[in-house]
Write a protein that binds this ligand. Structure first.
Ligand code: CTP
Ligand code: CA
Length: 226
């Protein structure tokens, strides 16, 4: 008996997702980190795999379990994430950068634990490469590049500027100061901005639902954009 089912929407698509925050070492026992939980990126990876995609998840340290049927590559620093992403980028059809990459890292990593001494301690930071901007520069016509923007003010203006500067197809913008949005919550409140100027406002919903809607939009975009 033949059972006919529609082929899953991301069948044959290679999907690269980044998630979690990077951590940047200060010395052997300390690091600079951020409040990203990884939940949004993991929800995207899990749902993309459920819908037939061949998903690779490049993850900062999160403590989250690998989603079913997803290849997980664990990294710590922005530099490691950059290498992991760049080596897989050429092959990917859809790239979703949900990770909170550290903008700066300590210029020097102390080889030994820094001992408590003076009343004030300064650490000099230097800029990390912007992975997403690099991807925007090498992106091919048919690759779909989706970024995230975590903002505390001027959400739309900042997100629009990032779409242009990073050459994105879509950006998921969230005001991380709203209750029920942003880091470490199970819900999120986001706006989806597209490179043609369109904006969609989503109400507060679970990160799983947000992920499903983002994937719906990416799927529609795949059908119409080229
Ligand atoms: N991003 C990246 N590499 C970095 C910094 C950010 O790939 N070194 C990506 C993030 O994964 C996200 C997007 O860029 O998809 C936007 O990150 P965000 O921190 O909102 O933007 P920035 O360009 O870093 O600007 P700022 O932090 O000043 O708002
Ligand atoms: Ca940043």
């Amino acid at each position: 008996i033949a059972v006919l089912t529609a082929s899953p929407e991301f069948a044959g698509k290679k999907i690269l997702v980044t998630a979690g925050g990077t951590i940047e070492p200060i010395d052997p026992v300390r690091y600079i980190g951020n409040r990203s939980s990884g939940k949004m990126g993991y929800a995207l990876a899990r749902n993309a795999a459920k819908r037939g995609g061949a998903v690779t998840l490049i993850s900062g340290p999160t403590g989250l379990a690998a989603p079913e049927a997803v290849e997980v590559i664990r990294v710590e620093t922005a530099a490691q994430m950059r290498t992991a992403v760049l080596t897989r980028f050429a092959d990917a059809d859809i790239i979703i950068k949900a990770a909170a990459v550290a903008d700066y890292r300590p210029r020097e990593v102390a080889p030994q634990k820094i001992k408590k001494a003076g009343e004030v301690l300064s650490i000099t930071l230097e800029k990390n490469p912007d992975i997403l901007t690099e991807l925007g520069q090498i992106k091919r016509q048919r690759q779909i590049l989706v970024g995230f923007a975590a903002e505390t003010q001027n959400l739309i203006d900042n997100a629009r500027e990032k779409i242009v500067r990073k050459n994105l197809d879509m950006i998921v913008a969230n005001n991380v100061t709203l209750p029920g949005a942003g880091f470490n919550t199970d819900t999120n409140i986001v706006k989806l901005l597209y490179k043609d100027g369109n904006i969609e406002d989503l109400p507060k919903m679970s990160k799983d639902e947000v992920a499903r809607i983002i994937l719906d939009k990416i799927h529609q975009y795949c059908q119409t954009a080229y």
